[in-house]
Design a protein around this ligand. Structure first.
Ligand code: ATP
Length: 328
């Protein structure tokens, strides 16, 4: 009921009377009053005028189930239609995996205000301070074969970059395969994990960490990390950004499921690829080498032209890509 009351108050142009809310939701005046008080405690500025009712003047930047479900609304069919929120958790990917094991629906969204064990690729950590960033994971139940699943990282990176470009007007660029950079610094990290059998996928979890309103980073990463706030000088409402990402991802995912490869996305993807047509260093398990990044192929691998002129594809699981002089 709290989500419905919040939605009604947010969508109204004018005050809504307590009586109206009671009738709509078949509850007592006290119950309405309690919900309004809870909203105030969460930081909503609710104006209460005698004989007129309640009106929301200002919403806080909170990641509650109610706020997220109002923002997502019915703009998606399955992405984020089920929402699980934590004030603090170990890792949203771990929580989403557990939910997946217990039968949670395709598209279930897990969000946390803070992670105590945020993770990156290959056992690396993801810095996850409280209250300023987005830590979200989406649970998916694809019907395609397990070997297609790594392409979902590409689909998610494209969706996040596109949604953030649209919402902020800033020049977000993808650093293949799983990062997004803003002005050459890392602002988003993506981690795809899955549970599979040989022939089929049980579930996939895609985690997305976004530095939104972060004001400072620890010394180890401050040269390569940034936030949307640091680059734009403005704060951003996280729930609105999450909703925009889910809308975009649902469209891209459904297209991908139909096509089963990335031929349809290549041109659009390469246009926002940060190192496209530039020299990069490919850092492998063993020796690294220099090459020019040419864009992705139909499977989402990175095509590069080596110094001897041959073109080869680089598989995401094996390498990291760096610019010649620095991170990009
Ligand atoms: P690769 O190029 O292989 O992806 P990576 O260093 O980008 O390498 P990831 O797994 O994508 O690896 O991300 C983890 C790394 O990101 C950490 O080792 C750390 O250097 C950096 N990092 C950790 N937290 C943050 C953060 N909040 N914002 C930006 N960068 C971070």
């Amino acid at each position: 009921m709290k989500a419905e009351i919040l939605k009604m108050l947010k969508e109204a142009d004018d005050h809504i009377s307590g009586q109206q809310l009671c009738e709509q939701f078949q509850v007592s005046r006290t119950a309405v009053w309690k919900v309004v008080n809870q909203l105030k405690e969460e930081g909503y500025q609710v104006e209460a005028v005698r004989n007129k009712g309640y009106r929301i003047i200002e919403s806080p930047d909170v990641l509650t189930r109610e706020e997220l479900s109002v923002q997502i609304g019915d703009a998606t069919r399955w992405a984020g239609q089920e929402i699980v929120c934590f004030t603090e958790t170990d890792s949203t990917n771990v929580r989403a995996r557990k939910l997946g094991e217990n039968g949670a629906a395709h598209g279930t969204l897990v969000v946390a205000e803070q992670q105590t064990a945020g993770r990156g690729r290959r056992g690396r950590g993801w810095e996850s301070p409280a209250g300023s960033s987005i830590y979200m994971s989406l649970l998916l139940r694809p019907e395609f074969l397990p070997n297609k699943a790594p392409m979902l990282t590409i689909v998610m990176a494209y969706s996040v970059a596109t949604a953030l470009r649209e919402q902020t007007g800033l020049d977000f660029r993808i650093k293949w395969p799983n990062d997004i950079v803003l002005n050459g610094k890392k602002v988003v990290g993506i981690l795809t994990e899955m549970s599979t059998e040989i022939e089929y996928i049980n579930h996939v979890v895609i985690g997305v960490g976004i530095n939104v309103n972060t004001e400072a980073f620890p010394e180890e990463i401050c040269a390569t990390a940034t936030s949307i706030r640091l680059e734009s000088g403005k704060t951003w409402r996280r729930a609105e950004l999450i909703a925009a990402i889910l809308r975009q991802f649902e469209v891209q995912y459904e297209r991908f499921v139909k096509e089963e490869d990335l031929a349809y996305l290549r041109e659009a993807y390469d246009a926002v690829l940060v190192n496209c047509n530039r020299e990069v260093r490919i850092l492998g398990e063993k020796d690294g080498y220099r090459a020019v990044a040419l864009g992705i192929d139909d499977q989402g691998e990175l095509l590069v032209r080596k110094e001897d002129g041959t073109v080869t594809s680089v598989y995401a699981g094996e390498v990291s890509v760096r610019g010649i002089y620095g991170y990009v």
